[in-house]
Design a protein around this ligand. Structure first.
Ligand SMILES: [Cu+2]
Length: 303
């Protein structure tokens, strides 16, 4: 009789969860078709529940560690809430249950100490290895210096004599200043487009050195799997090896002043050949003098 009721409850919970899960799944898959515009996968979408798997080894490692920990939590949750449910419903007073009088059980105490310790070690071991590899910038094939300014980014391709600034796209800025309700049909990447995108080659280990010129900023593109503080007077390092071509967006992630919300990041990953072409074009443009901002058409902005 009890098991019948438990089964009913279980089915009820499953029935409630199923459409929610399906909805979230569908929302995530629809990522590429929001508004019918060319919203890339890896863009956040409404009702998305999970983090992005991203497009670099680092982001994949972070995603895997996250999913592993999630499933450990799910199993623990099912066990703990299951046992609570059994204790509450099966041994209730109206069924004539009588409380036990013992207060210690050494075996139980040893088990509930040892099992969590094992779980923590099992999770910490791979997590540590992943962290170490995330900070290993050796053997990188190129270096990009990222400098945060109030309120834009500057990118230097070190050793290539190519550098430019990247700031909020003018159309986004105009709409923002107009105080109109943003029109996402006309401007699907409102506040998330820049004038000059950071172009990088795929399948290339790129070392990023990150700093700032005025206040602390943070350079963050979720699909790359990391976030790095940009601090005046300090050089922070990170690396990325983008595994698929595409456009990946991010933003400043350290409150840096009144326009903190208006210094987005756009990374465009292209094939190695395409990158070589783009770099050659940039060099040609930069050749005369101006190391600062060459008069830009560095690859079409996304969309
Ligand atoms: Cu900033």
């Amino acid at each position: 009789m009890m098991t019948g009721r438990f089964k009913q409850w279980g089915m009820g919970v499953a029935a409630m969860a199923a459409p929610l899960l399906a909805f979230a799944q569908e929302a995530a898959q629809k990522g590429a078709a929001v508004n019918g515009a060319d919203v890339e996968p890896f863009e956040p979408v409404r009702w998305q529940l999970n983090m992005t798997p991203g497009v670099t080894p680092t982001s994949h490692m972070a995603y895997d560690a996250h999913m592993f920990a999630l499933w450990v939590c799910v199993v623990i949750g099912i066990l703990v809430f299951g046992m609570m449910a059994v204790a509450i419903f099966r041994f209730r007073k109206s069924k004539g249950a009588v409380a036990a009088t013992w207060s210690h059980n050494t075996t139980a105490e040893i088990i509930w100490t040892i099992v969590p310790v094992i779980l923590l070690v099992v999770m910490a071991w791979p997590a540590t290895a992943k962290l170490i590899s995330e900070y290993d910038t050796r053997d990188s094939e190129m270096t990009i210096k990222v400098t945060g300014y109030q309120w834009m980014w500057k990118y230097d391709y070190l050793g290539e004599n190519v550098s430019f600034t990247s700031r909020l796209d003018r159309a986004s800025d105009a709409m923002r200043q107009s105080h109109q309700v943003p029109n996402l049909q006309a401007l699907p990447h409102y506040l998330r487009d820049v004038d000059n995108v950071l172009v990088v080659p795929v399948d290339t280990k790129i070392r990023f050195v990150v700093t700032a010129d005025d206040v602390i900023h943070a350079w963050w593109v979720p699909a790359l799997g990391w976030k790095q503080d940009a601090i005046p007077g300090i050089i922070n390092e990170a690396w990325a090896k983008v595994t698929r071509p595409g456009v990946y967006r991010g933003q400043c992630a350290e409150l840096c002043g009144k326009d903190h919300g208006f210094m987005p990041i756009v990374v465009k990953a292209v094939s190695k050949a395409e990158f070589a072409q783009w770099l050659a074009a940039q060099k040609a443009k930069a050749a005369p003098a101006t190391p600062a901002a060459p008069a830009a058409t560095p690859a079409p902005a996304a969309g």
